[in-house]
Design a protein around this ligand. Structure first.
Ligand SMILES: [Zn+2]
Length: 258
């Protein structure tokens, strides 16, 4: 089976100019690109036996015929399935950059011989890729869903609520806490939906539905700039159907109206 390389440069995806769907590179293509850059990759991490995440960390610009794309822009170009591989590559490279030295003794780390991990040659501490679990939840009441806008959103999009699970917390506790902190309401009847890796830089989103129990919307003004109850026929701009947020919204409406 052919070896495939997912190439990154300056934290961005290396793509052929004008190609609508960026592809991983063959060994020959990677070699040619490195030769024209006059540099070897700074990092090659095995994702599977046949796929590698590669970072080209050089000062020079890419040769003609190549362009750099943001990982986010790739989501709409390649679809959820292919995005998973580019996302995994980006996630692993991000982790590698932050664990080149041992956090315990300060010595350089090296590839673990048996596992997808880095190991400190001096003190033997093993570092596995960091994954940050988050909850993402669609809060609903009859014929309406709660959608909120983050000040970080670049468009006028409204989405589901989300937040990191804190140390010592269950996913359910995090859900109750985040919903109450962000929009001031209480929920019940939590139902698990599905999960989605979200490599910005290394989250695992655990998706839930939750029914509104009590309270009026009272936003925190920090993580949320606006929130409201929306009926199914008067939705604002919502996330892409490839995202778990977009799927939670569409799945709920389908279940209620279908
Ligand atoms: Zn160490």
């Amino acid at each position: 089976m052919q070896i495939q390389y997912f190439l990154f440069h300056k934290n961005k995806v290396v793509a052929h100019t004008g190609v609508s769907m960026p592809q991983p590179y063959s060994h020959l293509e990677k070699k040619q690109l490195c030769r024209s850059l006059e540099a070897a990759p700074t990092c090659e991490i095995a994702m599977t036996q046949t796929t590698f995440a590669v970072e080209l960390d050089v000062d020079s610009e890419l040769p003609r015929g190549y362009e750099l794309l943001s990982l986010r822009s790739l989501f709409s170009l390649v679809g959820e399935h292919h995005f998973r591989e580019w996302g995994k590559a980006a996630h692993l490279l991000h982790w590698w950059r932050r664990h080149r030295f041992c956090g315990s003794c300060g010595a350089p780390t090296a590839d673990h011989p048996l596992e997808q991990a880095l190991i400190c040659d001096d003190c033997g501490v093993t570092y596995y890729p960091d994954i940050a679990p988050c909850i993402i939840v669609l809060v609903h009441r009859p014929q309406e869903i709660l959608l909120a806008r983050s000040p970080r959103f670049r468009t006028n999009m409204y989405s589901t609520l989300a937040g990191f699970i804190e140390a010592g917390e269950t996913a359910e506790e995090a859900l109750h806490r985040e919903v109450h902190e962000e929009v001031g309401v209480r929920v019940e009847d939590i139902r698990y939906f599905k999960s989605q890796p979200w490599p910005f830089p290394g989250q695992l989103m655990l998706g839930f539905f939750a029914r509104h129990l009590s309270g009026d919307i009272d936003i925190d003004q920090v993580e949320i700039s606006d929130a409201g109850w929306y009926s199914f026929d008067r939705l604002p701009e919502i996330p892409d159907a490839g995202t778990i947020a977009g799927q939670l919204i569409r799945q709920h409406i389908l279940a209620c109206t279908g």
